[in-house]
Design a protein around this ligand. Structure first.
Ligand code: ADP
Length: 168
């Protein structure tokens, strides 16, 4: 059970955000309207090679969420579940695009609930139709070939991606 004290108070939206897209931003805006405080947790996964460093990813998200007062962006290492327990937050937020997301997310959500003795639950936001196809990897792929990604990411983020690929 989600504890009384924490109900609807704070949530964590964890992810790689390599880089943040309009799909992520949509979830951040919707979740921040429901919860008093939303932590956007950027996973520092040393096993995965990212296009952007952890500091770059955190700073890009801070830039594009600066108008949302109850959103706090921070990096974290290790298990998402441990991060939630350390922050005393009992709700994780994830976005669902397709059935394939669901299959993967179902198992993780159940695992986190079991391993936290029901302390940490997961809530899902269904993607907005216009962003259903969008992922960080689609954006990276298109940008690397110089395609227009203005419909996928905010301008400040697009500029940083093109810079990484040496495209002006
Ligand atoms: P991860 O590596 O943890 O999956 P991502 O940065 O790819 O991290 O995604 C973080 C979360 O955002 C996931 O729950 C993912 O399903 C969700 N998400 C990603 N893109 C979209 C989108 N276009 N619409 C809705 N949710 C999305």
């Amino acid at each position: 059970m989600i504890s009384e004290r924490e109900t609807m108070k704070a949530a964590i939206y964890p992810g790689s955000f390599d880089p943040i897209t309009y799909g992520h931003l949509d979830i951040i805006k919707r979740a921040s309207a429901v919860f008093d405080r939303l932590y956007v947790g950027v996973l520092n996964n040393s096993a995965k090679t990212a296009l952007f460093s952890i500091d770059e990813r955190v700073n890009m998200i801070k830039d594009v969420t600066s108008d949302l007062d109850n959103v706090q962006v921070e990096a974290f290492d290790g298990l998402t579940l441990q991060y939630a327990l350390d922050r005393d937050v009992s709700v994780l937020i994830r976005g669902l695009r397709a059935v394939s997301d669901f299959e993967y997310e179902l198992q993780i959500a159940q695992t986190n609930r079991k391993f936290s003795d029901d302390k940490v639950d997961t809530m899902f936001f269904i993607t907005s139709l216009e962003y259903a196809y969008l992922s960080s990897s689609v954006v990276r792929e298109m940008a690397s070939y110089g395609r227009d990604i203005s419909r996928c990411v905010p301008d400040s983020v697009a500029a940083r991606i093109y810079e990484k690929y040496g495209i002006d």
